[in-house]
Design a protein around this ligand. Sequence first.
Ligand code: AQP
Length: 331
Amino acid sequence: MSKKIMLSGVQPTRAITLGNYLGAIKNWVKLQKEYQCYFMSVDLHAITLKQDPKELRDATYYGIATYLAAGIHPKTCNMFVQSHVSEHAELGWVLTCYSTMGELNRMTQFKDKSGKQGDHIPTGLFTYPALMAADILLYDSNAVPVGADQKQHIELTRDIAIRMNNLYGKDTFVIPEPYIAPVGAKIMSLLDPESKMSKSDVNANASVFLTDSEDTIRKKIKRAVTDSGSEITADTKQSGVHNLLTIQSCILGKSIQELADSYAGKQYGHLKVETGDIVAAAINPIRTEIEKLMGDLGYLNELLKKGAENARERASKTLARVYDRLGFIPR
Ligand code: AQP
């Protein structure tokens, strides 16, 4: 029996953060053997906000190097760049036509990101969930492992797919399921534990990047904002403390309660130093491997070429099926 299909991606907007890693990539690594996998660097999504071309190109290579360094297997998983498979943009347009302004207006990520753009909100930022729906539906994906912030976009994907299946036949699209891990689906900013840790946070000290040195990681976590109390508990109201316990829990595989109990009678300083040690130990081998891979762009280019070929094979079949159902004359 053929394996079910899993697809996910990260925007090459900057180096990948500990949040992207614990919320998404670590789960890709865990689940990769059970599924036929497609992992993209979603550069078409990245340009929904202005990017420097050189930085975008570097971040795209870094992104793929990070997937490999984190443990994605290059022989069994397809890794590719979204813009290398033009079917994404084509199906994206179709799904833009089958989503509504009201639906896109309800997306909280659009509200958050557009709120920071003043009067010049790019249209792509608004329509991007339709492109994300195309990414998922092109591959007949069954599972999409993501962080909590993407759940709403996957629900929209399901709604659009069901709508089109009702219009054009039940087998037009496979209806995907989100995979959201019970712990680590929303790692918070180190400087503002009420906000999500984000790659593009203006303050680099708010996020740990997988490219950060051991020293930088320890310093950033030492400076993490915690509340004014002193007791370490599993209470979610202590958002800064809870965030550090969550990070430890994801890396060590222990429950948050068990970890909080182990800090009974200890100070916040202990928690920060030990979290810094744990994160540095987890990231060190990944960073070393990223650096090694970045020294061999020839290898990465070959891998991306093969990945795009495999992706295109499946994506082109889905697009042809959809175009046929819509009534487009075959090419
Ligand atoms: N803080 C987070 N905790 C857990 N998971 C997270 N993800 C993002 N932030 C966290 C998950 O990482 C994957 C890739 O995200 P993305 O690059 O597609 O875009 P994003 O969700 O907008 O992530 P960022 O880091 O906030 O990027 P920027 O700053 O560029 O917008 C997704 O599965 C996401 O859920």
